[in-house]
Design a protein around this ligand. Sequence first.
Ligand code: FAD
Ligand code: NAD
Length: 471
Amino acid sequence: MIQQVDIAIIGAGTAGMSAFNAARKVTDSLVMLEGGSYGTTCARVGCMPSKLLIAAAESAHQMQLAPAFGIQLTAGYQVDGKAVMQRVKAERDRFVSFVLQDIAKLADDQRIDELAHFIDPNTLETTSGKKIRARNIIIATGSRPAVPPMFEAAGDRLIINDDVFDWDDLPESVAVFGPGVIGLEISQALSRLGVRLRLFGRGDGIGPLQDPSMKTLAHETFNKEFPIMAGNEVQSITRTDGGVAISFIDNQGQPTTETFDYLLAATGRKANLDKINIEAAGLKLNERQQPEFNPETTQCINADGSPSHIFIAGDVAGFRPLLHEANDEGFIAGSNAAGWPNFKPKARRTPLAVVFSEPQIALAGESLAQIQARLGEEGVVVGSMDFSKQGRARVMQQNQGLMKIYACKKTGQLLGTEIFGPRAEHLVHLLAWSIQQKLTLKEILAQPFYHPVLEEGVRTALRSAASQLKR
Ligand SMILES: Cc1cc2nc3c(=O)[nH]c(=O)nc-3n(C[C@H](O)[C@H](O)[C@H](O)COP(=O)(O)OP(=O)(O)OC[C@H]3O[C@@H](n4cnc5c(N)ncnc54)[C@H](O)[C@@H]3O)c2cc1C
Ligand SMILES: NC(=O)c1ccc[n+]([C@@H]2O[C@H](COP(=O)([O-])OP(=O)(O)OC[C@H]3O[C@@H](n4cnc5c(N)ncnc54)[C@H](O)[C@@H]3O)[C@@H](O)[C@H]2O)c1
């Protein structure tokens, strides 16, 4: 028997649940299919447990900074790995429980706990053979770590971020591959909690930083806490009795072999499209084999170029793989599928991203390269600020970092920012909101600034850009 519905949503993560909640306002004829664990990537193995681990690490780091403030820890301090992981998991479970409460409220016929795949553009089939025919389908299947085959040599010591949040205790040592967002956050946290750590990368990339001087400073800064092998000249990976032996050329050019308890692959993520038989959906796919879609409607495009009845939302879409974007895309997809065939494009918010390292990394608006491509190299002014000289940052012993401001030379409008510095998560919000409101440097500088605060550093960067505008 075939279940007939208006809307079928594949995946009950942040995007899928957001889509479900939006669509439910219009129709009860909908079903959500979840083939893995309920609770969302964010709450189970992503945003929340990683920030919990980082919070413990920040606490340990404060102890390390204390003597420089004149505070002696006469008895020293100890990281209790079991207690750290117990809190991480207990708080994580609390966040997950809220999601599970929402899932429990779904009607039985609105929820199928199975993997689903397309058999034609309007029909899904589950692992047990159930068939669902839907007027509209929303793909919200998320992403998973992309693990290069060479890491398989680490055998049972090869782990991904999910495994870290299952630990009962902290290990002695970890080799992390991938200095992107996940690798950087987890590496610094584990290192600050006393885990021997080495981070292997490829080239000079570090997190999402794009400015060359910031990348250099970030490498220097993080290298003081744990070694980063930017060139990733790894010669072999071997599972040994003691763990994983990695042979590599170190930063001094010396062949070195070091053994670790685990090899953590943080080398990027890939869309969960391979198990949904996307070819049967009749969609136009891009060079990465992901459906082409309009980010303002989340509507996919048929292979013949016509608009599809299928929508895509969240990490699987590959547009901006972040929590608030998954939530927005889910809402747009759910509303549009429910309103089908009548719906309007919804403007997307100003891009905003934060990496919870210390110093933090934060980006908002367009990158310098994007602005230069749009306005030409002469069309943009770049303001900068050095946190090493910033008063409040120095007071707090957090005076490391740089900040860049990108503005339109002709209009003075703020277009983008890149920050590597203390509490960038807060500073970047002020600037993202200003970009979204299309404020000019002059308008932002007319706002009040207190003293002594980090925002005075933002004012310095804004003034630096404003001084280059034509009067
Ligand atoms: C370690 C880590 C830290 C992060 N930290 C942050 C952060 O601090 N801030 C931030 O903004 N973002 C962060 N992110 C990113 C954020 O977690 C994701 O952008 C977000 O969770 C994506 O939500 P989603 O709904 O697209 O995917 P998910 O929540 O993964 O949901 C997809 C669901 O689809 C299911 N599914 C897959 N295939 C099928 C199928 N064939 N049939 C049925 N069900 C299927 C899966 O089981 C899953 O439940 C982090 C990610 C990671 C991994
Ligand atoms: N704070 C946050 O908002 C947050 C935190 C974690 C994750 N996320 C989201 O998750 C996404 C995925 O994060 P990610 O860190 O997995 O991906 P990423 O793309 O940010 O980083 C992957 C890194 O791995 C490197 N790499 C690739 N192959 C390698 C190899 N063989 N050896 C060594 N290094 C290699 C890449 O050069 C890159 O630096 C992010 O883009 C972000 O959207 C966000």
